[in-house]
Design a protein around this ligand. Structure first.
Ligand SMILES: Cc1cc2nc3c(=O)[nH]c(=O)nc-3n(C[C@H](O)[C@H](O)[C@H](O)COP(=O)(O)OP(=O)(O)OC[C@H]3O[C@@H](n4cnc5c(N)ncnc54)[C@H](O)[C@@H]3O)c2cc1C
Length: 461
C-alpha cells in the first residue's frame, strides 16, 4: 500500500530523529541504504529507515508510528525481504543490536536481534558449544527464529525456535516486554513461527548444544547421474537414523568466486549430509550413496560445527532471488520422475537450486512448549530457487510454480514461514493450521490495535 504522508507528519517524523540514540534516514540520506535487502530483487522503499541503537529506539519508533498513523516494518539482512513501498512505512533496521553473550556454565546465549548466526557460532565454539542454526549462517537470528528455523541438524535436535528461552520484544502498542513460557506466554507461543506478526524482537535467549564437531558436507555428482542419485536418495534418506541429516539439490551454479570450478556452469547434484556421530559410522551410512555414481567432488568429512555453513554452501553475497516452495508427505518414484522432467538433465531448467530436505526425527516430536510453528509432520521440504538474471528473469517464477505444481500430488498443502517471504494472505495461511492462524490474528489485534505492524509477512485476522 502506498499512501501520501500529510506534510504535518514530515516534521513529526523528523522530530523522532532527535528522540533516538540511533539514526533516522529519509530517502537520499546516509543510512537509507540499509533498506536495500540481501535479496536485491525485492523493492524496499520505505518512508524512513531507523537504525535502532537499542530497544528504546524501537519503542520510540513504534510509539511515534501509533501517534502519526504510520506502520513499522523490521529488517536485518533482507534474506527474507518482503516488498515495502509504503510512504507510511518506517523500516527498523536491527543491525546495531548485535551483542552476543555466551554463558558456558548454563549453556545459554543472550543474543541481540541484529546478530547473524555466524557471530553466534563463533562466540559459542570456543566453549565447545553450538546454536541450532539454519543452512546459511549469514541470515539474521531473529528473522530465522520467528519463522521456526529448520537447519542441517533438524532431525537430530529439532526445530531451532524450540531452543529459545526468552525474547525481549516491542509490541505494536509500543511496550517492551520480556517474554518467556511463563511471562506473556501467548507472545512466547506466537513469536516462534509467527514471524513479525506479534512484535519486533530486540533480543533472544536460547539454549546452546554441546556440539564442537560434526561430520558434514556434500557429495557432488554430475547432472547426467541425476536420475540414479535422486532415486537412490529417496529410499536411502528416510531409512537414516536420527543422528544423520540429509538433503539433495539439483544445482546450476554460476562461475563465481567461491564456487569450485568443477561445479560451475553445469548441472550437478549435491547430496548434503550432517551428523553428530563419529566419522566411521557416517562413512558406513554414506557408502551406498557414494556407490550410486562417481562423485565429481567428495566434500564430506569431519568439520568444526562453526563451519556448518559448508554443508549447503549457500551464496553469501546479495543477489536477485526468487523462491517457491512446498512441503511433501512422501517421495515416491513418480514424484522424483516429475521433478526430473522439469529440472533434470534432459531439460534446461532456469533454476539455480531445486532442493529436497529430509525432515522427521526430532522435528516430528512435540516440543516442550507449543508454538505457532505448524507442519511438524511433513516428510520433506521442496524449494525451488532461481536467480533473476536479465536473460531468464521472465521465466524463473513461472517455471518454479510448474515444479511445485508437478509435486502437488504428494504435497501436504502446507508451507514453512521461513520459505514463504510474502505478504499474500493466501500463501501465509498455508503456513499454519486453522486454529493457529485464528489465534495469531486475535493476538495481533490485542497487542497492536492500531495495526502499526500490519506490513510485510504478518498474519492478521
Ligand atoms: C540462502 C538462504 C538460506 C536459508 N536457509 C534457511 C534454512 O536453512 N532454514 C530456515 O528455516 N530458513 C532458511 N532461510 C530463510 C531465512 O531463515 C528467512 O529468510 C529469515 O527471515 C531470514 O532472516 P533475516 O533477519 O536474515 O531476514 P530479513 O529479510 O531481514 O527478515 C525477514 C523477516 O523476518 C522477520 N523478522 C526479522 N527480524 C525480526 C525481528 N527483529 N523481530 C520480528 N521479526 C523479524 C520479519 O517478518 C522480516 O520481514 C534461508 C534463506 C536464504 C536466503
Amino acid at each position: 500500500m502506498s499512501t501520501t504522508l500529510p506534510t504535518a507528519h514530515d516534521d513529526a517524523l523528523l522530530a523522532l530523529r532527535h528522540r533516538l540514540d540511533g539514526t533516522l534516514a529519509l530517502a537520499g540520506e546516509p543510512g537509507y541504504e540499509l533498506a536495500t535487502p540481501w535479496n536485491v530483487a525485492v523493492p524496499m522503499t520505505p518512508r524512513a529507515v531507523v537504525a535502532a541503537a537499542g530497544p528504546d529506539d524501537v519503542v520510540e519508533t513504534v510509539r511515534a508510528a501509533n501517534e502519526l498513523g504510520l506502520r513499522v516494518a523490521v529488517q536485518r539482512t533482507g534474506h527474507g525481504a518482503v516488498a515495502t513501498d509504503g510512504d507510511d512505512v518506517v523500516l527498523v533496521h536491527t543491525g546495531r543490536l548485535d551483542g552476543v553473550h555466551v554463558d558456558p556454565a548454563t549453556r545459554i546465549a543472550r543474543i541481540g536481534a541484529g546478530a547473524v548466526w555466524q557471530q553466534v557460532l563463533d562466540a559459542a565454539a570456543p566453549h565447545g558449544l553450538a546454536p541450532l542454526v539454519g543452512s546459511a549462517p549469514h541470515v539474521g537470528v531473529a528473522g530465522f527464529l520467528t519463522g521456526g528455523g529448520i537447519g542441517p541438524l533438524v532431525r537430530t535436535f529439532g526445530l531451532s525456535s524450540d531452543t529459545v528461552r526468552a525474547f525481549d520484544v516491542v509490541t505494536g502498542d509500543g511496550r517492551l516486554l520480556h517474554v518467556t513460557p511463563d511471562e506473556h506466554a501467548e507472545l512466547f507461543w506466537g513469536l516462534r513461527g509467527g514471524k513479525g506478526t506479534l512484535g519486533i524482537v530486540c533480543a533472544v535467549e536460547l539454549d546452546l548444544l554441546p556440539v564442537a564437531e560434526i561430520v558434514g558436507g556434500a557429495l557432488y555428482f554430475d547432472g547426467a547421474d541425476a536420475a540414479a542419485v535422486l532415486h537412490a536418495w529417496r529410499t536411502w534418506a528416510p531409512a537414516l537414523p536420527e543422528h544423520a541429516n540429509t538433503s539433495v539439490a539439483l544445482l546450476q551454479l554460476p562461475p563465481l568466486p567461491g564456487v569450485p570450478p568443477v561445479l560451475a556452469g553445469r548441472l550437478t547434484v549435491a547430496v548434503r549430509f550432517a551428523s553428530v556421530e563419529d566419522a566411521g559410522t557416517c562413512e558406513a551410512l554414506l557408502a551406498p550413496m557414494r556407490a550410486v555414481a562417481t562423485p565429481i567432488l567428495d566434500a564430506v568429512g569431519p568439520i568444526p560445527h562453526a563451519a556448518i555453513g559448508a554443508v549447503h554452501a549457500d551464496p553469501v553475497d546479495p543477489l536477485p532471488g526468487h523462491e517457491d516452495s512446498s512441503l511433501l508427505r512422501e517421495l515416491p518414484a513418480e514424484a522424483v520422475d516429475a521433478l526430473l522432467a522439469l529440472a533434470g538433465p534432459a531439460v534446461r531448467s532456469p533454476q539455480a537450486v531445486v532442493e529436497l530436505r529430509l525432515l522427521g526425527g526430532a522435528l516430528a516430536r512435540p516440543a516442550a512448549h507449543t508454538s505457532a510453528f505448524c507442519h511438524r509432520g511433513a516428510a520433506f521440504t521442496l524449494s525451488v530457487i532461481g536467480v533473476l538474471a536479465p536473460e531468464i528473469a521472465a521465466i524463473v517464477p513461472g517455471h518454479a510454480a510448474e515444479v511445485v505444481a508437478a509435486l502437488d500430488p504428494w504435497s501436504t498443502g502446507g508451507r514453512l514461514p521461513n520459505f514463504t517471504a510474502t505478504a499474500d494472505p493466501a500463501l501465509l495461511a498455508r503456513c499454519y493450521d486453522e486454529s493457529t492462524l485464528a489465534w495469531l490474528g486475535t493476538l495481533a489485534e490485542r497487542h497492536d490495535p492500531a495495526g502499526v505492524l500490519k506490513v510485510g509477512q504478518v498474519v492478521r485476522g
